[in-house]
Design a protein around this ligand. Structure first.
Ligand SMILES: NC(=O)c1ccc[n+]([C@@H]2O[C@H](COP(=O)([O-])OP(=O)(O)OC[C@H]3O[C@@H](n4cnc5c(N)ncnc54)[C@H](O)[C@@H]3O)[C@@H](O)[C@H]2O)c1
Length: 259
């Protein structure tokens, strides 16, 4: 018996990192999944490996959202889980950031989550057995970060969007729960994609050793396990909550004195 037997879900940004690990963990627990991404080679290879469907989709493309939802309903008959995971990070001081980059980051990290939610809720209501929406925020949505102000703005928006949607669904009495996940420093390819101008790319392992109380970066599967909990009925009394998976990063600082 899997924790998600009989459930159908969509994972956006599923070709890499946390999304890929989430797809693997949810499928292992019995969920039937539709994976979406821009990276068709990695996305469809993963889908083939775990018995999922793959759809090429940019989360900001509203016109194609109905076909993503339809892929879940026509192939698997229902929709119970939405993991709004696709996201990017653009690093740099605000005075050096173009409005175009600010808007691109907002479009993927915030508009994409808005569209995920707008289009999944009617399908979950049609399925008639509640549902679970999990949005990927970040520790950057809980506190500020110099050099990541734009990213923090997107993740702070996601945090309160999740709480508001939790209330909107509770008010509707539809049984749909909505929660946000707040990873800290997780070793995924996103770190290699952050444009850092003249600076060296950030090594998540070195950054985590210097700042995370547990002394190491998290693995994508450690976040996926939290998403599994929120997606499953194990978290049946949780909605509007924040699940922080950060090795203690937001708890405070510890000082390691040399031997
Ligand atoms: N890795 C971390 O340390 C960390 C920490 C906190 C939060 N997060 C959040 O977790 C989520 C996943 O991050 P990750 O580390 O796995 O990143 P990643 O770069 O490894 O994977 C992100 C995936 O999203 C896809 N994607 C990007 N833009 C897209 C779009 N417009 N439409 C559809 N797919 C798109 C990419 O192709 C990629 O496959 C993001 O929302 C990120 O902000 C990550």
């Amino acid at each position: 018996m899997g924790l998600l037997d009989g459930k159908v879900g969509i994972v956006t940004g599923a070709a890499s990192g946390i999304g890929a690990a989430t797809a693997q963990v949810l499928a292992r627990e019995g969920a039937k999944l539709v994976l979406t991404d821009l990276d068709d080679a990695a996305g469809s290879a993963l889908a083939d490996a775990i018995g999922a469907a793959y759809v090429h989709h940019d989360v900001t493309d509203e016109d194609l959202w109905p076909s993503v939802i339809a892929a879940a309903e026509t192939r698997f008959g229902r929709l119970d889980i939405m993991v709004a995971n696709a996201g990017i990070g653009i690093m740099g001081n605000v005075i050096d950031m173009s409005l175009r980059d600010w808007r691109r980051q907002m479009a993927i990290n915030v508009d994409g989550v808005f569209l995920s939610v707008k289009y999944c809720i009617p399908a979950m209501r049609r399925s008639g057995n509640g549902g679970s929406i999990v949005m990927l925020s970040s520790v950057a949505g809980l506190r500020g970060s110099a050099g990541l102000a734009g990213y923090s703005a997107t993740k702070g928006a996601v945090r309160l969007f999740a709480k508001s949607m939790a209330l909107e669904c509770a008010q509707a009495g539809d049984g749909i729960r909505v929660n946000s996940v707040h990873p800290g420093i997780i070793a995924t390819p996103i770190w290699g994609k952050l444009p850092v101008g003249q600076n060296r790319p950030i090594d998540p392992h070195a950054a985590a050793e210097a700042s995370v109380p547990l002394g190491k970066a998290g693995e994508a599967e450690e976040v996926a396990n939290g998403i599994l909990f929120l997606a499953s009925d194990l978290s049946s009394h949780m909605t509007g909550s924040e699940l922080v998976i950060d090795g203690g990063l937001t708890a405070g600082r510890i000082v390691r004195l040399g031997a």
